[in-house]
Design a protein around this ligand. Structure first.
Ligand SMILES: [Zn+2]
Ligand SMILES: [Zn+2]
Length: 383
């Protein structure tokens, strides 16, 4: 089962330079099963970009996908009118969610395209569409089984558990802790999951002081669930529109102190649940997407090991991207700690040139077998 994040933000899209690294599109996660089933979890603005990618991938072939809507708040449905494959009669889409306020799934979804909210009406959407009412249930989709459960959110919300090829992915966003029934539900849904994607919109302080009753959760509750439900990997999701990249780095650092195998979801993050790395909490497996420049610049890396002792190591940059860098280390850095990377860019000709320091967040740390030895392949995102 492969998973790709197209939108990771909660509430409203936030395209600003402050959150360029994690991304500003709202909730949309694509799941592909080994037999080629496409399952789409929520249709926030990230869905528009997924649509573009599907058009390139499928070309003239017809596209068929099942879309699961956790609920109908804007950040979970706004991508639908902008999902280009819906306008091609050759394609097939199956929407699954719960009826709301006496209206069917179809009626609720059509409402967002009614006059005067959108210039084109539904007759322009010529793909085959079906709308299925689901509640707490378990349904097969070719080689996957999707189980749903109710979460605690204003106007209701569903969490999804996808089981496929012996692996389990759980998507539980827009959930507020504190309701005994729903607290139990989310732990049941997440039990033994390989990957848990969970709502971490607020910091614990924001939640307690300002945001109780708004239907969202914190990294602290995410860690509690991950530990109690014995989850392998935790993905922090539904980032608050006011949380910049720097704030998210801090939240991730806090979560990793309690649950080292935590990742803060970013647009473009890909997971392959068939790979063993998800079962090894010490290894971080994120890969940076986008263009990378191969650049062999001398580096000095300062950080802490998991036992709290400091290290300083000379190495060479392997590649550099807008997001961060990749290099090899003999030391095994602590995922919860910041790494300081010093680039030696002195040419001896320009005064002021020399070591340039960059604070970085560890995103990848895996053993790499080289010809004569094993080193850690370390990826960082710049803070
Ligand atoms: Zn939401
Ligand atoms: Zn919501």
């Amino acid at each position: 089962m492969k998973v790709r994040f197209w939108g990771v933000r909660g509430s409203t899209p936030t395209p600003t330079l402050d959150n360029f690294r994690y991304g500003g599109n709202t909730a949309c996660v694509e799941v592909r099963t080994p037999q080629g089933e496409i399952l789409i979890l929520d249709c926030g603005t990230g869905l528009r970009v997924l649509g573009k990618k599907l058009l390139i991938e499928f070309g003239q072939q017809s596209i068929r996908a099942n879309m699961f809507l956790s609920h109908y708040h804007w950040d979970h449905i706004q991508g639908i009118p902008f999902f280009e494959p819906l306008y091609n009669p050759e394609n097939h889409f199956f929407f699954h969610s719960f009826p709301s306020q006496g209206r069917s799934v179809q009626e609720v979804l059509e409402g967002q395209m009614s006059d005067p909210y959108f210039p084109v009406d539904l007759s322009a959407m010529r793909a085959f569409r079906s709308f299925t009412r689901i509640d707490e249930t378990s349904l097969p989709f070719r080689d996957a089984v999707v189980t749903t459960i109710r979460l605690n959110h204003p106007q209701g919300c569903l969490g999804f558990r996808i089981e496929c090829g012996g692996k389990v992915l759980v998507y539980a966003t827009d959930n507020e802790p504190g309701s005994p029934e729903h607290d139990k539900n989310v732990r049941k849904l997440a039990a033994g999951a390989d990957v848990l994607i969970y709502d971490t919109q607020y910091t614990p302080i924001e939640y307690v002081s300002l945001r109780k009753g708004w239907g969202h959760s914190t990294w602290r509750e995410a860690v509690n669930i991950a530990q109690e439900a014995q989850v392998c990997q935790l993905i922090l999701f539904h980032h608050d529109p006011d949380h910049s990249d720097t704030v998210l780095d801090t939240i991730l650092g806090e979560a990793r102190k309690f649950f080292p195998n935590s990742v803060a979801a970013w647009e473009g993050l890909e997971l392959d649940l068939a790979l063993e790395e998800h079962t090894k909490p010490r290894d971080q497996s994120e890969r940076r997407t986008g263009p990378r420049q191969i650049m062999h610049i001398p580096l000095r890396v300062l950080g802490k090991r998991a036992d709290g002792t400091s290290f300083e190591e000379l190495t060479t940059l392997e590649n550099l991207s807008l997001r961060g860098a990749f290099f090899l280390l003999e030391n095994d850095p602590d995922p919860a700690d910041t790494l300081e990377v010093e680039f030696d860019v002195s040419t001896g000709k320009v005064p002021g040139q020399g070591l340039q320091k960059v604070q970085s967040q560890l995103v990848r740390n895996q053993p790499l077998k080289l010809a004569d030895q094993t080193k850690r392949g370390v990826g960082v995102m710049f803070r």
